[in-house]
Design a protein around this ligand. Structure first.
Ligand code: SF4
Ligand code: SF4
Length: 293
């Protein structure tokens, strides 16, 4: 079992979100009224299932054949989850203060999941439409993560679902360990498939061995060094020119004191997603068509 070694998450004060911006548009207001309860329902299920897991924690790994992992990938894709990767859970990345679901213990292996946000909606950032899209994916990915965890349990394994909203572990760093991409200058996972335009979740599982990881050099940090667009367009100058390497090995790329007020005011900001070339024109255009040398 893996437990936190003391990493603390930034506390997001949901009450500060200017949700009244959704009220100006009837269609958006209607969508928000439908989406928010779905997010909370997913969060509640995660917590309920976690409590059930705690009642009877398994003492050992359960051996899983390659076919089992293939089945998980297939099931995840059928649930609309575009990114699936596997990595051992890193205790240094577990938060001691999971804000949304209070999860403190995880099984030893992780299945990292990513769901794409709509291109056109993110292109409207900053504003309520982009903010609403983030909420929609929190709801959809939360539901899909819970369903996948149920599927794993139905196969006789044990699973702890981790909701995309908040969550007990630093998802972007786990996604890198699972081979899904690299962290960009703005601190978000950049994948080949969607650039920075995804939300992440995870399931911890008591099965092993994990499928073999194919190490790939995505060349994203190399590109970031020459780009810097997010840093220039960030309205609060919250993106550090030189990232801070913390004692526990984690890296801080954003000054949250500067980012959060803008984040609350605009219901999710996302300018640093919208302006990123990996969102705008995509990974393949940048590298395969030689926009970058
Ligand atoms: S979310 Fe907005 S304020 Fe925060 S780092 Fe990105 S661009 Fe800057
Ligand atoms: S905008 Fe440029 S520097 Fe920022 S994350 Fe994207 S590629 Fe990297």
């Amino acid at each position: 079992m893996k437990e936190s070694k003391g990493l603390r998450a930034n506390y997001i004060d949901f009450k500060k979100f200017k949700v009244d911006t959704f009220q100006d548009d009837e269609k958006m207001k209607e969508s928000f009224i439908k989406i928010f309860p779905k997010v909370m329902k997913g969060v509640r299920k995660v917590y309920k299932d976690y409590k059930k897991e705690l009642e009877n924690l398994p003492k050992e790994y359960k051996t899983a054949p390659k076919e089992f992992w293939d089945e998980i990938v297939e099931k995840a894709k059928s649930l609309g989850i575009g990114l699936v990767g596997f990595a051992p859970v890193d205790e240094n990345l577990i938060f001691e203060n999971d804000q949304s679901t209070s999860i403190k213990i995880l099984y030893d292996n992780g299945i990292v999941l990513g769901m794409e946000m709509d291109y056109d909606a993110i292109d409207t950032a900053p504003g309520p439409r982009a903010g609403l899209e983030a909420q929609r994916i929190y709801a959809e990915l939360g539901i899909a993560t819970n369903k996948l965890a149920d599927f794993i349990r139905s196969k006789g394994y044990r699973a702890i679902a981790c909701h995309p909203l908040g969550g007990p572990i630093l998802y972007p760093a786990m996604a890198v360990k699972a081979g899904l991409g690299e962290i960009g200058k703005q601190g978000l996972l950049i994948s080949k498939e969607y650039g920075p335009r995804q939300r992440l979740s995870m399931i911890s599982i008591n099965a092993a061995p994990l499928p073999e990881l194919i190490n790939e050099d995505f060349k994203i940090s190399e590109y970031c060094k020459k780009c810097g667009k997010c840093s220039v367009t960030c309205p609060t100058k919250a993106i550090y020119d030189e990232p801070i390497v913390n004692e526990n090995g984690t890296i801080t790329r954003i000054d949250s004191e500067k980012c959060f007020p803008q984040f609350y005011e605009t219901t999710g900001c996302s300018i640093c997603i919208e302006t990123c070339p990996f969102h705008k024109i995509g990974y393949n255009m940048i590298f395969k068509l030689k926009f970058y040398r």
